[in-house]
Ligand binder design. Structure first.
Ligand code: SF4
Ligand code: SF4
Length: 289
């Protein structure tokens, strides 16, 4: 293992889930770089089919007609306290720049390394009898590239690579509200997510209409709040279709009180139990003349 201190610049990835549109460019860029290409000392060729080194995970929140779909690009996290490095006994190395490399020679036959990764980021190459993962395109960065190909290929800049000290990264994470996957594992990942709750947390969605003289109309601009134990935990305003989405709700079966406020009048209060993300029906507000 190569040593580094807190001031050594190291690679990190920042992924904003709100910017990911599921275009798959990042997945294709990794395959384009690695399928059929051997980079000695870094990675043997990636199989064409299956075994994705970068994959897009998908979460569906709610039910028709209002469904929130969120995609999460997932890959090796290049953990600072990596179980794969410990299990590798020399076959997996942590570089001074933060990148973890499964040695394509020393790791041959080491199927146990697939199970060593708690994120499922190590894939087994049956043909080569080799555990493999996304190498952060270390072979390109070592030639002076400024970012791995997945970041370069992303049209929305949902993926960004930054090479900064640990202190600078901690500051960035605090400023931008970045989170890592499964922090409770204590592996200290170098892949950080923005808006991670869009994927991990629940959504309550619905719509608001008015009924006036027997005519129903979508309501734009109604305020919908969700409270728990008297505290407002989420707030949203209906859009031009009268729809609202209360996001980032804890993924726990919880009782809430929903309230709709239209033109500064409380128009509806309803108790809601959330066993998962749900789409409620329309709330109809009857307007008397
Ligand atoms: S390239 Fe960017 S926008 Fe497209 S799927 Fe990947 S992360 Fe999402
Ligand atoms: S995500 Fe898995 S393979 Fe990658 S460094 Fe962490 S433990 Fe190792």
């Amino acid at each position: 293992m190569t040593t580094a201190n807190a001031t050594t610049p190291k690679w990190n990835l920042i992924i904003d889930l709100d910017r990911c549109n599921n275009c798959n460019n990042c997945v294709l860029a990794v395959k384009d770089e690695h399928v059929g290409n051997d980079f000695p000392g870094y990675a043997a060729p990636q199989p064409l089919h299956g075994q994705p080194w970068l994959e897009l995970k998908r979460a569906e929140h709610g039910q028709a007609p209002i469904v929130d779909i969120v995609h999460l690009p997932a890959m090796c996290n290049h953990c600072d306290d990596a179980p794969c490095v410990k299990a590798g006994q020399g076959a997996v190395k942590k570089r001074a720049d933060g990148i973890v490399i499964i040695d394509p020679q020393a790791a041959r036959g080491r199927r146990d390394l697939v199970d060593a990764c708690p994120y499922g980021a190590v894939r087994w190459n049956e043909e080569l009898q080799l555990p493999q993962h996304w190498i952060f395109d270390a072979h390109l960065l070592d030639q002076g590239w400024k970012a791995p190909r997945c970041a370069q290929a992303c049209p929305t800049e949902a993926i960004r690579a930054v090479k900064v000290s640990d202190a600078e990264m901690a500051e960035l994470a605090a400023d931008q509200g970045l989170e890592v996957l499964s922090p409770e594992l204590g592996t200290r990942p170098r892949v950080h997510y923005r808006n991670l709750k869009r994927f991990t947390h629940w959504v309550l969605a619905g719509s608001v209409v008015t009924l006036r003289d027997g005519v129903e109309e979508c309501v734009e601009g109604a305020e919908v709040t969700l409270s728990h134990d008297g505290q407002v935990v989420a707030r949203a305003v209906t859009d031009a279709f009268g729809e609202y989405r209360l996001r980032d709700l804890p993924a726990e079966n919880t009782d809430y009180e929903a309230q709709v406020v239209l033109e500064e009048q409380i128009s509806m209060i309803q108790r809601v139990r959330l066993p998962t993300s749900i789409t409620m029906g329309s709330v109809t507000i009857i307007i008397q003349k």
